[in-house]
Design a protein around this ligand. Structure first.
Ligand SMILES: [Zn+2]
Length: 473
């Protein structure tokens, strides 16, 4: 009896000590971009503490939540056991970090793929789609059994019509009340729900926390969910050091992102601090080497003017197609046009004026190591803007994104390149498939293409003011 008592006491003491230390560690280690200005700060910190969201340095609260990371959050929030038979998706493999979570939710019929067999883990999720996933998860856990919602949704939201595909989920979830009479979610102050708008990571954090509260899982034991502004000394790499462990030149803040087919490194130069990244890319077409030279000049310029921009990180990849650049060739060593190999409107046959490349798009989206490198880096850094340089059409071109449209317009004003955002085919006379810009648009990332006007001059003087203007906007 006595022995049992001592044993229990020891275990209890151990647990108390352990959990106290653990809680403090996690609370002190919050995201650098989640500060007092973030409305759902406490929800985000709570989910970090509960390990519903992974502990990376940047959370990107206002960026769209992506399908893969939502799968990860849902599995952890609802405590689903990982379990699945086989992977039938064409575009995710075991190397993708949330592979198991996606397959688990798919098996439970909570989350589906696309009709072409893909899953598209980086695609943003809309507010309506998220409601379906959440409702399905509650159903699976039997935490919320469907009853006919008594809510007259018209009186709540003006933009969710009777025949709207996710209406049932929105209606059912809205009818749930928390103990304090709050709802799991609210719409916008203008009385809309905006079901087709991409949902931000911040909103998801709040809705998931509220759902856990509803399900009785909300158990605040971390005392320190205070939302203060944090500062740290070496902010340049912000988690990238974990991803590129042995590939960092720490002194010069150069990352080796990976290798081309012929094993040439693809380097990124990192400047400035903060989670907000402006990503500059040159030389994706090897024959357009002046775009690379412009990036090298831009690296010198930024290096010489450190600290004149606030809380922004400028990352420059001067040679994204190093094999092509060495050979003065547009394509990579597999004869693939890298700017046609991204996963957006992808096709194998590509065009360049009258020229037809039967396999210009590669054998499938992201079949090339160079585009894989760019994809993974873009996903990790969630850039606020991508600017990719080409030559020699003399254009400034936005992708299909409102912010990009304004930025491309501004770039045009400062540089003198023609703005082609309103033109049919955006100034080109052939169809462009599988481009970096189209792919970024599908992820809700603003991107612009700048086409220099000559084939050899780096045109730095023409671009310099525009570049600074964009970075400091
Ligand atoms: Zn080009």
């Amino acid at each position: 009896m006595k022995l049992k008592y001592i044993l229990y006491t020891t275990i209890l003491l151990f647990l108390l000590t352990f959990s106290t230390i653990n809680a403090k560690d996690i609370c002190d280690n919050i995201f650098l971009d989640v500060n007092s200005g973030e409305e759902n700060c406490k929800h985000i910190e709570y989910l970090l503490y509960q390990e519903v969201i992974p502990n990376k340095k940047c959370f990107f609260p206002q960026k769209p939540a992506r399908r893969g990371e939502v799968a990860h959050m849902i599995v952890n929030a609802f405590n689903f056991n990982i379990g699945y038979r086989e992977n039938s998706f064409t575009d995710i493999g075991e190397d993708y970090e949330y592979y198991q979570e996606i397959l688990t939710l798919n098996q439970l019929e909570i989350l589906n793929g696309y009709s072409d067999g893909s899953f598209k883990p980086y695609r943003p999720i809309t507010r309506g789609e998220f409601m379906k996933i959440l409702a399905n998860s509650l159903r699976e856990k039997k935490w919320y059994l469907y009853k006919e919602s008594t809510i007259n949704l018209e009186t709540v939201f003006s933009d969710v019509p009777q025949d709207y595909c996710f209406r049932e989920y929105i209606s059912n979830l809205y009818s749930i009340k928390l103990p304090n009479e709050e709802r799991i979610f609210r719409g916008f102050s203008d009385g809309t729900f905006k079901p087709d708008k991409n949902i931000s990571k911040s909103s998801i954090a709040k809705i998931i926390t509220n759902t856990m509260k509803y399900a009785g899982l909300f158990n605040l034991s971390c005392q320190d969910f205070y939302c203060s502004d944090r500062y740290s000394t070496n902010l340049h790499l912000l988690g990238l050091e974990d991803m590129y462990k042995e590939q960092i030149d720490l002194e010069n803040l150069i990352l080796n992102l990976g290798y081309s087919i012929e094993k040439r490194p693809i380097l990124a130069h990192v400047f400035g601090e903060g989670c907000e990244t402006y990503l500059f890319i040159g030389g994706i077409h090897g024959s357009e080497y002046n775009s690379s030279n412009l990036m090298k000049q831009w690296i010198k310029e930024v290096k010489g003017n450190q600290g004149i921009w606030n809380n922004k990180r400028i990352i420059i990849i001067p040679e994204s197609n190093p094999d092509g650049l060495v050979k003065h060739k547009r394509l990579n060593s597999n004869n693939v046009d890298l700017n046609r190999n991204f996963d957006a409107d992808w096709q194998q046959v590509t065009f360049l004026g009258n020229q037809v490349f039967s396999k210009g798009g590669g054998s499938y989206p992201f079949s090339e190591p160079e585009t894989q490198v760019l994809r993974d880096f873009v996903i990790a850094t969630e850039p606020s803007l991508i600017i990719s340089y080409h030559s020699a059409a003399g254009f400034s071109i936005p992708n299909d994104n409102k912010l990009a449209y304004n930025i491309a317009l501004e770039y045009s004003e400062y540089s003198g390149y023609r703005f082609t955002g309103d033109d049919e085919l955006k100034g080109f006379d052939y169809i462009i498939t599988g481009s970096l810009g189209n792919w970024a648009a599908s992820l809700d990332i603003p991107a612009i293409v700048v086409e220099l006007s000559s084939t050899h001059n780096n045109e730095f003087d023409k671009n310099k003011d525009a570049m600074w203007q964009i970075v400091n906007r």
